[in-house]
Ligand binder design. Structure first.
Ligand code: C5P
Length: 299
């Protein structure tokens, strides 16, 4: 049987507002999610048992990995006894708020649907994805989307032209997403003022494809707990602005920060100017339309 190689796009959050606490302990969100070309490559090879192999030393190769959980969930729900070898060629920085683990899991769901001929619709894949994590349904479909509820109630948005950006992550800073939400809930949510973040303006800016307006409307509530706790992240955001980004924001719960540029040429200049700090890893990026895409079939 053939192997499958899939491209699994990372994401940034152009907007993330925490509206309140849900009965299930999660938070109700108002998010704008956007796929970027920074992607992992996931190869699935038919095998007798389940195994995972990753090029990155910090990525677990067992049931702690969301990609493993995705394969197990499909095996369980559809009574599959075959195994699978999952090979992850990691490019999305780990623990960065760029949904690397979620993208890999999404690729496993999409790939196994094809490899095991399950005939699942996109809606069914997204329903399975939602059982594994809040960002995974978005990673299946990708593009630009509004995410409500836990972040998994998605509505596709149109972005008239691609955005060009630079993504950077302080190498040593790892943030726990649960800690970020928990701290926001304790310290900031009780004092939250309604409507201080302008979601309507972000949606209007996106549909107009106006980069300056998008940059001005960037918002992430999780910066409130993270920036004081991790000065490296705050400094990186400052550096983006000092080096000519038209807007800069932490993605998700961090620790990656992105800087928006007016166009491809300006993004290249920004990328050059952000070089020279050995403490950060840095990527020149643009937005993309898809989440998981099939790269090729290999026998
Ligand atoms: O769903 P996922 O496993 O990606 O979420 C990681 C953690 O982020 C959760 O355990 C929870 O603490 C927090 N979270 C939340 N509300 C959301 C999404 C995530 O509190 N809507």
């Amino acid at each position: 049987m053939n192997s499958l190689r899939l491209r699994a796009a990372g994401k940034i959050n152009l907007f993330l507002e925490i509206l309140g606490v849900r009965p299930d302990g999660y938070h109700d969100l108002y998010m704008v999610l956007q796929s970027i070309d920074l992607a992992d490559f996931v190869t699935l090879k038919p095998a007798n048992s389940l195994s995972i192999h990753c090029t990155h030393p910090l990525v677990p190769n067992d049931s702690r990995n969301l990609a493993w959980k995705a394969a197990e969930l499909i095996q369980k729900v559809y009574g599959i006894t075959q195994g699978i070898e999952i090979w992850i060629d990691k490019h999305i920085p780990v623990a960065s708020g760029l949904a690397g683990g979620s993208a890999d899991a999404a690729a496993v769901l999409v790939g196994l649907n094809q490899l095991w001929d399950l005939g699942l619709t996109q809606i069914q894949l997204q329903e399975l994805a939602g059982q594994l994590g809040s960002d995974i349904p978005f990673c299946v479909v990708g593009g630009t989307a509004l995410g409500l509820g836990r972040g998994d109630e998605l509505t596709a948005l149109a972005l008239p032209k691609p955005l060009h950006l630079v993504v950077a992550k302080p190498k040593e800073v790892q943030v726990s997403t649960a800690w970020a939400y928990g701290t926001y809930r304790e310290k900031y949510l009780p004092h939250r003022l309604a409507d201080r973040a302008n979601a309507k303006e972000m949606l209007a800016a996106l549909s107009a494809g106006d980069v300056h307006r998008i940059a001005a409307a960037l918002h992430n509530d999780l910066e409130a707990p993270i920036l004081p706790a991790h000065p490296e992240v705050a400094a990186l955001r400052e550096r983006f602005m000092d080096n000519g980004a038209i807007g800069a924001m932490m993605s998700g719960s961090g620790s990656a920060v992105f800087g928006l540029a007016l166009n491809r040429f300006e993004a290249e200049n920004l990328f050059e100017r952000m070089q020279g700090d050995g403490q950060i890893e840095i990527h020149l990026c643009h937005t993309v339309l898809g989440g998981v895409t099939l790269e090729d079939l290999a026998s």
